[in-house]
Design a protein around this ligand. Structure first.
Ligand code: ATP
Length: 204
């Protein structure tokens, strides 16, 4: 089984996340992609605008009944700061036979050294480093990427894989701003998420 693990704040989840999930699913030939909404992310200075339960609900709406996708509430259920290493450890224990890929943007890769137990992170799952199909050059060439992983994890580090995925010009920040400004968000998020935001009064 090939399992993709896609963490994020998802505040709110938008069509960029969905297209990314779809591209990665195909590029890595996954059997399942799991969205893992974070509690509070240690390296983000600001708290999420929406409460964890609301973000979890919206990610569930984003995934819908799509058989490719599931949603994992463990980081939110654990509460407090969310550390990737805890989540990857859980997957290593409960899905020991799966080939596990942890999705990571190239920008996040640059701060990997400052993550809790970074040496374990690169041993517990293969990093699937997202490279923009429409964003020009990769920041790190492949040799530099593997070198970085090995420096962190030593001989037990799992070789990273580069995944080309499109990046749509939309962000959670933009969606929140549009809601605040009473602009339409149809097309920026899936309809069920738009409805949730509307009904709950989030981001106003
Ligand atoms: P914010 O605007 O609040 O910083 P965001 O839109 O970047 O949020 P996150 O929940 O932080 O959303 O995203 C999780 C991951 O999804 C990011 O690390 C990034 O790799 C990816 N991602 C975010 N936006 C896009 C997009 N428009 N296209 C492709 N991938 C995206």
């Amino acid at each position: 089984v090939r399992l993709g693990i896609f963490g994020g704040t998802f505040d709110p989840p938008h069509v960029g996340h969905l297209m990314l999930a779809s591209d990665v699913y195909e590029a890595l030939n996954l059997d399942r992609l799991v969205f893992v909404p974070a509690g509070q992310q240690p390296l983000k200075r600001h708290h999420a605008a929406a409460p964890p339960e609301a973000r979890l609900q919206m990610v569930t709406e984003l995934a819908g009944s799509d058989p490719r996708f599931t949603v994992d509430p463990t980081e939110i259920n654990r509460g407090g700061l969310s550390y990737t290493v805890d989540t990857l450890r859980w997957y290593a224990e409960h899905h020991a036979d799966a080939e596990r890929f942890f999705l990571l943007g190239e920008d996040s890769l640059l701060q990997l050294e400052s993550w809790r137990e970074a040496s374990q992170v690169v041993r517990l799952a293969r990093l699937a480093v997202l490279t923009r199909s429409n964003g020009g050059e990769a920041m790190l060439d492949d040799d530099a990427l593997q070198e970085r992983i090995r420096r962190l994890g030593g001989a037990a580090a799992l070789e990273a894989i580069r995944v080309t995925a499109r990046r749509i010009d939309v962000s959670s920040t933009e969606v929140r701003a549009r809601v605040r400004e009473r602009k339409a968000i149809r097309g920026f998020v899936v309809d069920a998420v738009a409805r949730y935001i509307e009904d709950s009064g989030l981001y106003r």
